[in-house]
Design a protein. Structure first.
Ligand code: HEM
Length: 373
């Protein structure tokens, strides 16, 4: 483990850091660790005045089911998971191809050729707008996602809270007209608030993460001539196989948060109720744990839906395993194939990659390419 302890208290971050694949799975799949990190962070990082001033924002985020635990979480997740089924994602493939081609047209029409806004944000934004049924263009959806992620990452910042509040108002307005939420409970004000929060969360979940994967896929593929040749040569499965490598080389999320539910001992350390825990998703923590039990999905009963059959933690593990993983994989594989077919002589431009400063995401701000046309 390169001398990194599996579990350690980080004085700077004031939280526990899990840096071990077995322990990571244990924490992500154990009732002794709850998902309510937003609630804990509101208490720890926002002043009482800010909490009062932004109570609508905190109430909205508290309703995201990624913040809930069983049995509430299981019930709220079920209809979303059903909607995002493998057959639904497969049925989206022709639309994803259309969106990808539109974004490649947009890329070719702008100079310098920057993959991030035109292609990575473009495709992920168009796909999520289609899935949720909102009319807003990718740049608006990504502005919302960035604003919310800034606040989630630094709740003590009043300016971030202000912007996140405005985003919540805009999102709520857009989601009141959206198609997907119409099939979810709408009877009471509580139902409507929950449905809006669920779809805001889904929308958010599919934007920054997927954009990061799409840009990294282009970066890595153009940097690896044998892969580029295989994809250009339409070798079956080459794109899908490469996307798996990219996910592990450049996991879009750096860590997942949990809260210690009650005082307990883990890996020889005493953890106190309410302590924050960061499960690292980078380095060796990401890797396979050969001793992991092949648990069935608590929701569908199917093996693999909870990530138990995955070799890595990029999409999480256990009950909160990402509902959008098949969609993100589809978008990345389609992009790779269409990009190679359209611009077979594309190359990375000098100083191609400009990395963003975000601490939670591994994200490119820009990726400049030469289209070779
Ligand atoms: C490469 C792209 C993506 C990555 C790396 C990613 C990563 C993750 C991870 C690690 C989790 C687990 C969170 C936790 O345990 O606290 C998660 C959950 C989630 N993701 Fe994704 N995600 C991606 C794409 C998507 C897409 C496209 C969607 C939307 C369709 C989506 C929607 C969600 C939702 C709704 C959850 C919450 C699941 C739950 O709490 O039960 N994600 N994602």
């Amino acid at each position: 483990m390169n001398g990194t302890p599996p579990l350690a208290w980080d004085e700077g971050l004031e939280c526990w850091v899990v840096a071990d694949p077995r322990l990571a799975r244990q924490v992500l799949n154990h009732p002794g660790f709850t998902s309510g990190t937003f609630e804990r962070s509101f208490q720890l990082y926002m002043t009482e005045t800010a909490r009062e001033e932004y109570h609508e924002l905190t109430a909205f985020l508290r309703l995201w089911f990624v913040q809930a635990d069983a049995p509430e979480h299981t019930a709220l997740r079920r209809p979303v998971q059903r909607m995002m089924s493998a057959s639904y994602v497969r049925s989206l493939a022709p639309r994803v191809e259309e969106f990808t081609d539109e974004c490649l047209d947009a890329l070719a029409a702008t100079a310098p050729y920057d993959i991030v806004p035109a292609v990575a944000d473009g495709i992920s934004g168009k796909v999520m707008a289609h899935v949720v049924g909102v009319a807003e263009p990718p740049e608006v959806l990504h502005r919302w996602a960035r604003t919310l992620s800034l606040f989630i990452g630094a709740m003590y910042r009043r300016d971030y809270a202000e912007q996140a509040h405005r985003t919540m108002v805009e999102m709520t307005e857009a989601l009141s007209r959206a198609t997907a939420p119409k099939a979810f409970p709408q009877e009471t004000p509580e139902d409507r608030a929950r449905t809006t929060a669920t779809w805001a969360m889904n929308l958010f979940g599919g934007l920054e993460t997927t954009s990061s994967l799409l840009a990294s896929t282009v970066l890595e593929a153009l940097g690896e001539p044998p892969v580029w040749d295989a994809v250009r040569g339409r070798q079956p499965g080459a794109a899908e196989e490469f996307v798996e490598k990219v996910l592990q080389r450049r996991p879009p999320l750096r860590h997942l948060g949990r809260v210690v539910a009650h005082d307990q001992e883990l890996a020889g350390e005493r953890m106190g109720q309410g302590d924050l825990v960061l499960v690292s998703l980078t380095g060796e923590t990401l890797l396979a744990d050969a001793t992991a039990p092949a648990a069935a999905c608590p929701v569908t009963g199917a093996a693999g839906d909870d990530g138990a059959s995955e070799q890595h933690l990029v999409f999480g593990f256990g009950p909160h395993y990402c509902v959008g993983a098949p969609l993100a994989r589809l978008e990345a594989a389609v992009l790779l194939r269409r990009f190679a077919a359209r611009f077979p002589d594309a190359r990375l431009a000098p100083e191609a990659a400009v990395w963003g400063p975000n601490l939670s995401y591994v994200g490119l701000d820009h990726l400049y390419v030469d289209l070779g046309v």
